[in-house]
Design a protein around this ligand. Sequence first.
Ligand SMILES: Nc1ncnc2c1ncn2[C@@H]1O[C@H](COP(=O)(O)OP(=O)(O)OP(=O)(O)O)[C@@H](O)[C@H]1O
Ligand SMILES: [Mg+2]
Length: 500
Amino acid sequence: MQENILSMRNIHKKFPGVYALNGVNFELCHGEVHALLGENGAGKSTLIKILAGIYTADEGEILIEGKKAKITDVYSSQAHGISVIHQELCLAPAMTVTDNIFLGKELAGKGGFINFAKQRYLAQKLLDSLKLEIKATDKVSNLSVAQQQMVEIAKALSIDAEIIVMDEPTASLTSKEVEMLFQTIKELKKKNIAIIYISHRLEELFQVSDRVTVLRDGKYIGTRETVGTTRDELIAMMVGRELKDLYKRSVHPLGETVLEVKNLNRNNILHNISFSLKKGEILGISGLVGSGRTELARAIFGIDSYDSGEILISGQKVQIHSAAAAMENGIALVPEDRKGQGLVLIQSVSYNITIPILKQFMKFIHINRKVEEEITSSYIEKLSIRTPSLQQIAQNLSGGNQQKIVIAKWLGTHPKILIMDEPTRGVDVGAKAELYSIINMLAEQGVGIIMISSELPEIVNMSDRVLVMFKGRITGRLERKELQQETVMYYATGGIKDAS
Ligand SMILES: Nc1ncnc2c1ncn2[C@@H]1O[C@H](COP(=O)(O)OP(=O)(O)OP(=O)(O)O)[C@@H](O)[C@H]1O
Ligand SMILES: [Mg+2]
């Protein structure tokens, strides 16, 4: 093995009420892809933020190329050749790829003017060196999320980054796009760049990483060569116990039809969408990002309007024009974008979980705090949400724990129809198992569930039936016995089998 480009030794970091990192070690070699694994709240992002100069460690040292490095802020981190690609991309959408790559470090030409031609040339050279099919003149808003991520990578290379950190890079990518990213990672390895890779998708780690380091509760558990370790071993290191039966499905009879969607159309976005959902059924909706799945959910939930078509709930035609009306009709939507729509980040855990059901606690004019606390505590326990207290502010929780709060919030409304858009995005494997078991339990109790997901294993293992969407249309309808990842992929990329 080559020598280390980076060593983080005995790193400690405390936040009020939380020991986020408790003596963590992390080593990274030149040209290595080193995965960082751990449950939600284990400390992965905190470790990365210390490397990126966003937080300062309370204790411990960082060595780069064997020399002690002082990382005091984002600039000194970059000066050490470190570049972090955060989960929320930070490109300027209205600008071109070139302008984004050179933003803040424009090349001066004659007379102090920006040398646009040279910038374009260099940007294209970078994109080509990564074998990307992206033009330097493309506008960022016209690129897919995956392509935008590639632009972030090109941008990192433009500042001569030698260590690139990717914090959950595939969370919003589809499997095709993940392949693209892995190709790019291979190109980066050829350039001897070292990569720290964070993901909750274990199968990816086996495809892409050379070594894996596991954290649990802020502690360093160990490092393994990826070849020669197993999924079960990593899970045991992560959760501290063995985890059997990730996907839990019980067989139960389905009830009457609770939701019917007939010929729903929305200009250029949804084309003749028709389907029904029974009580107790889990209907999976698969498709690539941008295939219209989220738009469909939003139309049913009353946030987006539609041009024509009908929606019936328990046989009654309904007109739903707001989320409030949807909730009155017994529909809940766990949205895809938790930061934008799901959470009030500056409010407490308790506030966020109970906001849709506040009415229930209104006794005269004040909220019944005790009931609010009981409900919040019960969800914290059911979903194992890691928070030092009910009053912790949502934005201080780790990404996965924020997602669990959004789910708790909607479960609390006791819906008849529960729509979940990418429910397990960013959720660790232990919590996923808990979540699947909750979804299964709700189905048993007769809730009709629509589960939109880009994770094929989850779609295939949890659904009674699956609709596959492509460019705003339903291209495939699959029964449980026909469910296979390859078949779903076939329809998601434009193959057609619409039995209706
Ligand atoms: N700014 C902060 N203030 C208070 N607590 C924080 C802050 N940032 C992180 N924490 C806490 O530190 C712990 C580690 O969080 P971190 O974000 O590093 O987890 P993670 O491993 O990245 O999890 P995930 O997989 O959910 O993204 C969590 O308990 C989190 O709530
Ligand atoms: Mg994180």
